[in-house]
Write a protein that binds this ligand. Structure first.
Ligand code: MG
Ligand code: MG
Length: 280
């Protein structure tokens, strides 16, 4: 019988996950600061990489077999797992950046979406910004649900409900089904799966020691996707734009704390009446 690691971490292990979370947040901020028309996605990758190295950490994406970069950069109809390269960002693009750092053997994982301004296509920008806002809101709804949930399944229910309630009148956004959130700790990807939609199985119990990467992947049109010829990039079949937001979140004795947000998630959780508690 294989020895299986518990999905629940000790208080000392949770404390060890604070620094990799903060380094992950700083790496994403370093990339975000450069986002502008004319910049290549490889330049964003270099900025995130430099930050992680400067903090004495390692890119955990580079430890994924076959992947050589620090970030994933997914543009427009690409939803997740886009590879940084010589693609030049343009006005009106919607860009999702995903990254993670490993520090002293513990991992962080986080992602955000940004829409580049475009004076000539305000309607396109507004449509994409709404998608990003609703995706981000659904992530916070899922994190807020975790604060009081008995089982992990309640997170996915909250995410899907938020998306259904906030989609435009023109049609409900699609939620990717093939890609989900996950436990995180010694490895970037651990058990259990964290679905972004309602599932019949309530899933494992929520109790102190649980650390989850909650990461809704949402598209304007149909949720169907395919993997591009590069073997990584996940794009929508119907060509509509996608958004991806992610945070690593710890459940501990005093409450929840968003490890990959410098404020622990205070701003994002405030609309849901949840106050994060620092890990003592
Ligand atoms: Mg990620
Ligand atoms: Mg993840």
């Amino acid at each position: 019988m294989a020895l299986r690691r518990s999905i629940y971490k000790s208080p000392a292990q949770l404390r060890a996950m604070v620094e990799p979370g903060l380094i992950t947040a700083a790496a994403l901020e370093a990339a975000r600061a450069l986002v502008a028309p004319g910049v290549t996605t490889l330049e964003l990758d270099a900025a995130a990489s430099a930050l992680i190295t400067a903090r004495g950490a390692k890119s955990n994406f580079q430890m994924v077999r076959g992947y050589r970069h620090t970030i994933c950069s997914s543009v427009n109809e690409e939803v997740v797992h886009g590879i940084p390269g010589d693609r030049v960002l343009a006005a009106g693009d919607i860009l999702s950046i995903d990254a993670g750092a490993e520090f002293k053997g513990w991992n962080g994982d986080s992602a955000f979406t940004i829409v580049l301004p475009d004076d000539e296509r305000p309607d396109v920008v507004a449509e994409r910004q709404r998608l990003s806002d609703v995706t981000e809101g659904s992530m916070w709804a899922g994190i807020a649900a975790l604060a009081t949930a008995k089982h992990i399944g309640e997170v996915g229910t909250a995410i899907q409900s938020y998306i259904e309630a906030n989609s435009p009148a023109s049609g409900t956004y699609g939620i990717l089904r093939e890609y989900v959130g996950h436990g995180i700790g010694r490895k970037m990807h651990e058990s259990p799966s964290v679905f972004n939609y309602r599932v019949p199985d309530p899933g494992p119990e929520v109790r102190p020691g649980l650390v989850l990467a909650i990461e809704p992947m949402v598209v304007i049109g149909d949720q169907a996707t395919f993997v591009e010829d590069d073997g990584w990039t996940v794009s929508t079949v119907d060509g509509t734009a996608g958004s991806h937001w992610e945070h690593s979140v710890a459940v501990h004795d005093d409450g929840i704390w968003v490890l990959t947000a410098p404020d622990g998630g205070a701003a994002g959780l405030a609309p849901f009446g949840v106050t994060p508690r620092a890990i003592a």
